[in-house]
Structure formats: C-alpha cells, structure tokens
Ligand binder design. Structure first.
Ligand SMILES: Nc1ncnc2c1ncn2[C@@H]1O[C@H](COP(=O)(O)OP(=O)(O)OP(=O)(O)O)[C@@H](O)[C@H]1O
Ligand SMILES: [Mg+2]
Length: 249
C-alpha cells in the first residue's frame, strides 16, 4: 500500500561560508494514515528542517518526497501553497492567533484564504471548535482565553481545513507542564478519532506519548520505532540499559 508520507534519501544542505551544513543527511522514512509519530532530537538535529520539508514549506536539496502519492519535492511555491491548504494542518509553539479577531473568525481565516464559501466556513469552524471543546467561547477574543485554550483554538484552526496530516512543532513549548499534557491529550484524542499526527519536540517526556518515535541526530535518523522501546529515549552518549539487568542486585 502507498504511504501517506514517504521521504527517500532526503538531503538538505546549507552553504555556511567555506563549509556546508548537512541539516538533513540522507533521511528516509514513511508514515501511514492514522499514525501518531513524534520526531525528536536535540537542538540542531534537523527537526525543523524535516518539519519544513514534510509541511511543504521548503524543498530538499536532493531526494524525493511523496505526500499522498504525489511527488511534492520539486514543486514551486504556488504548487506547495496549494498542497499545504489541501493536505496539511499546522500547530506551532506560538499560537499565532489574530488578537482583533474572535475565536470563530480566527478558525475561519485559513478557510477564507482557501476560498471556502462563508456558510461552509462557519459550519466547519464551529465543528472544529466543538472537537476541541471550545464552541461556547467562539465570540471571545484570544486575550480572553488561557494559554492552553488558545493552543486548542490553534488546533481547531488546523482541523478546520480537514487536513490529511496534522503537523505540530513544539506545540507545548510555551505552556506549563500540566497545560502541555492537556494539549497533548487533545492531539491523542484526534489521533484516536482517525487523524494522522506528526509531533516535533526536543522533550522525551512529550515524545513517549506518541506511538512511534523517530529520533534525529546530526541530520540522520538514529532510531525509528515503538515509542515504548527503551532505546527510543536514550540520549547520545548514554548507556543502553542491559536487558534483564533490573532486579539482579
Ligand atoms: N537557513 C539555514 N542556513 C544555514 N544553516 C541552517 C539553516 N537552517 C538550519 N540550519 C542548520 O541546520 C541544522 C538543523 O537545524 P534545525 O533548525 O532543523 O534544527 P532543530 O532540530 O529544529 O533545532 P531546535 O531544537 O534548536 O529548533 C543546524 O545545524 C542549523 O544550524
Ligand atoms: Mg527547530
């Protein structure tokens, strides 16, 4: 079966004076519909670069990227924008809500840009706000909501376009740990309801809540598998726990 996301031997190379930086250094991965995947790694490991390529915000230096079976790695800006509108929902650390617009208008905005008619816009925005439990707050301004609620509005905004993939880059980065867990709980719920979620984080305690972890280091994948496997959260330089060592002493 065809994968929803398929990266083959992706390189992203930046010239830096006399040197070159391999932000992504031969990355291959595939993600299927309905998965909940965390892409993790320390600062500079290539997470945002990967997110930008998966999110059609940037193109690789070389390698191929198929999204929903379509080769998007060589598209120009306009074609990429169209794919983003059709297939991707973004959640960022900063909620990027527009202060002067109420919650409903904020959620409707990308649909307006996508040329969706007014009535349909409203219907989809309300439905998305219902999914995150904030339909009653639709007339509030962003400043009248808590940080966690604002992030849920930004999740609703991502959902309103009915994306094939939800891409969340450090979505809990600006929140305290309890609110962060709540927002993560929402992403989990969406995934249980069938959405495909790709979460980018440097935080292991966040990453382990996904089903699968892809770990980057220096632009390379050093782990790709079950989030519950102990190897999924071993940091560079740390020792692997020996199987069966516990309880011996
Ligand atoms: N526009 C650019 N020009 C030159 N080098 C870049 C550029 N963007 C990223 N890099 C380099 O590529 C590497 C990967 O960067 P990237 O932003 O993907 O890391 P990251 O994992 O998202 O880090 P962080 O957790 O700090 O956000 C880094 O070494 C970075 O300095
Ligand atoms: Mg980053």
């Amino acid at each position: 079966m065809e994968h929803l996301i398929e990266l083959r031997d992706i390189y992203k190379i930046y010239p830096m004076g006399d040197e070159i930086v391999h932000a992504l250094d031969g990355v291959s991965l595939s993600i299927d519909r309905g998965e909940f995947v965390a892409i993790v790694g320390s600062s500079g490991s290539g997470k945002s670069t990967a997110m930008n390529i998966i999110g059609c915000l940037d193109v690789p230096t070389s390698g191929s990227y198929h999204l929903g079976g379509v080769d998007v790695s060589t598209m120009d800006d306009d074609q990429q924008a169209e794919i983003r509108n059709k297939m991707l929902g973004f959640i960022f650390q900063q909620y990027n809500l527009i202060p002067k617009l109420d919650i409903l208008e904020n959620v409707e905005l990308p649909l307006l840009y996508a040329g969706v008619a007014a009535e349909e816009r409203r219907r989809r925005a309300i439905q998305a706000l219902e999914r995150v439990g904030l339909a009653e707050k639709r007339k509030h301004l962003p400043s009248q909501l808590s940080g966690g609620q604002q992030q849920r509005v930004s999740i609703a905004r991502a959902l309103a376009g009915d994306p094939s993939v939800i891409l969340a880059d450090e979505p809990t980065g600006a929140l305290d740990s309890r609110t962060g867990r709540e927002v993560l709980g929402f992403l989990k719920k969406l995934n249980r309801e069938g959405d495909t979620v790709v979460l980018i984080t440097h935080d292991n305690s966040i990453a382990v809540q996904a089903d699968r972890i892809i770990r980057l280091q220096d632009g390379k994948i050093i782990y790709d598998g079950d989030a519950r496997d102990p190897r999924a959260v071993v940091r560079p330089g740390e020792e692997l726990p020996e199987a069966g060592e516990e309880g011996k002493t």
